[in-house]
Design a protein around this ligand. Structure first.
Ligand SMILES: C[S@@+](CC[C@H](N)C(=O)[O-])C[C@H]1O[C@@H](n2cnc3c(N)ncnc32)[C@H](O)[C@@H]1O
Ligand code: SF4
Length: 426
């Protein structure tokens, strides 16, 4: 850990000790790879336009920029293949930004390199994230022919007025038909992101979004995200200046989440995580399911983050540096950090919260047999306050079930339990 590092253990972030030679560190990490399930992440940091609410935005890009970037990705994949291409990969995720901004030929070129130089398992999930209005039929053909078997589409809301306020161009009424056209190809799972707690959003508007999802679309699954505003987001300035109606209260947002849960229950949706539901078994949510356990993730592209052999890998977010390193056939690393020995235990904890919505201190402690007694004690000391606060319910055989409140917001609890487990190393 760096001196008095303020980074706390969490579902997303984790403290690590930056290593002085990241290139050598990556080679060493590759030699320590574990036979867990693995993901491969390709980051496409560009979007055609910016949405006010989005913390993932890096830059806008035209076709030329997407094209040059795809060329660099092919080269990065090619030159990293000797080091990273020998591990079987269970899920590939093109995330962003807006990967569907890649032209058909550029996307096909990236997939060709990937398939020829990396080992994708027979049941590998290959997801492309993006916008439905990007998927012209020619592009859809090319993506499907390259082997894409899952699209994760950010719908956010079907309400045109709210979409326009947030910077989305396509009208909400066009979206169900566009989604259904992709589903009708019967080649890929189509999952959508819906946001609740939007500026000025009422319970009725949210109910209407849920109605449209269930009655007008034939998608394979849905993720419900609570819109969070943060400093430095354009959303925050617009709200502060009164250019947008205020966000619903936390209680109102929780009520919206519960309404979504009730809707999922009544239609018999299959629950795959606190906020992800499948409407058919084609949808597996494999990438997120594996990632939640903080397993190996091989990162490619600018600003991509990954994990390998007990290290956290961060790729350069600087376009010039990214290009220079790729053209020198070096991995475009910004840093490689050694993760602490408690990391696998936190991985198990985070994976269980995401995938099972349940946890069992004995099962989590068993990940580190040499300290299991102390980890279990620490967790058993920390858990009662989360039971009392209404996040966990004791169940049979040492299990604790997450409540609806924990499904809505479990990050503070996850951080607290991870910090507690880490005490076993002090
Ligand atoms: C990396 S974004 C990519 C989305 C895709 N490019 C699009 O335009 O829809 C993934 C998802 O994060 C969610 N998201 C973005 N900003 C958010 C915020 N401020 N709070 C909660 N979820 C957010 C959105 O639902 C979005 O679909
Ligand atoms: S929601 Fe998608 S298109 Fe909008 S800024 Fe974020 S990543 Fe870009």
């Amino acid at each position: 850990m760096k001196g008095n590092d303020p980074i706390r253990r969490g579902v997303m972030g984790y403290p690590s000790e930056e290593l002085s030679d990241p290139f050598a560190a990556l080679e060493e990490a590759a030699s320590r790879d574990t036979p867990s399930r693995r993901t491969l992440y390709i980051h496409i940091p560009f979007c055609r336009s910016r949405c006010l609410f989005c913390p993932f935005f890096l830059d806008t890009a035209d076709e030329e920029t997407f094209h040059n970037y795809a060329r660099l990705l092919c080269r990065e994949l090619e030159s990293s293949a000797d080091l990273l291409g020998r591990f079987p990969v269970n899920a590939v995720y093109f995330g962003g930004g807006t990967p569907t901004g890649l032209a058909a030929e550029d996307f096909s070129a990236v997939m060709r390199t990937l398939r020829s130089r990396y080992r994708l398992t027979n049941d590998c999930e290959i997801t492309v994230e993006g916008r439905i209005d990007d998927l012209s039929s020619g592009k859809l053909d090319a993506y499907l022919e390259s082997g894409v078997n899952r699209f994760s589409i950010g719908v956010q809301t079907f309400r045109t007025e709210t979409r326009r306020l947030l910077g989305r161009r396509t009208s909400g009424t066009e979206i169900p038909a566009l989604l259904n056209r992709v589903s009708a190809r019967n080649e890929a799972s189509v999952v959508v992101d819906l946001l609740y707690g939007l500026p000025g959003q009422t319970a009725e508007q949210w109910t209407e979004d849920l109605r449209i999802l269930m009655e007008e679309t034939r998608v394979s699954g849905v993720d419900f995200y609570h819109l969070k505003s943060r400093k430095h987001l354009p959303l925050e300035n617009h709200l502060a200046a009164g250019r947008l109606p205020p966000l619903p209260s936390l209680d109102a947002a929780f009520a919206m989440f519960r309404e979504a849960l009730a809707r999922m229950e009544e239609c018999g949706a299959i629950r795959l995580s606190p906020m992800h539901f499948a409407f058919e078994t084609r949808e597996r949510n494999l990438n997120n399911s594996i990632s939640a356990y903080k397993n190996v993730c091989l990162p490619f592209g600018m600003k991509a983050v990954g994990r390998l052999g007990g290290c956290r890998i961060l790729q350069s977010a600087d376009a010039g540096e990214y290009e220079r390193l790729v053209m020198e056939d070096r991995k475009p690393l910004a840093s490689v950090g050694m993760l602490p020995p408690d990391f696998p235990v936190s991985g198990e904890l985070s994976g269980e919260l995401y995938n099972r919505r349940s946890l069992n201190p004995g099962r989590i402690a068993a990940v580190a047999p040499e300290r299991s007694g102390r980890i279990r004690e620490s967790l058993e000391r920390a858990i009662p306050k989360w039971v009392e606060a209404g996040y966990l319910l004791p169940a049979r055989n040492g299990w604790f079930r997450m409540t609806e409140l924990a499904d809505f917001t479990h990050r503070p609890m996850a951080t607290d339990l991870m910090e507690a487990a880490a005490e076993a190393w002090q």
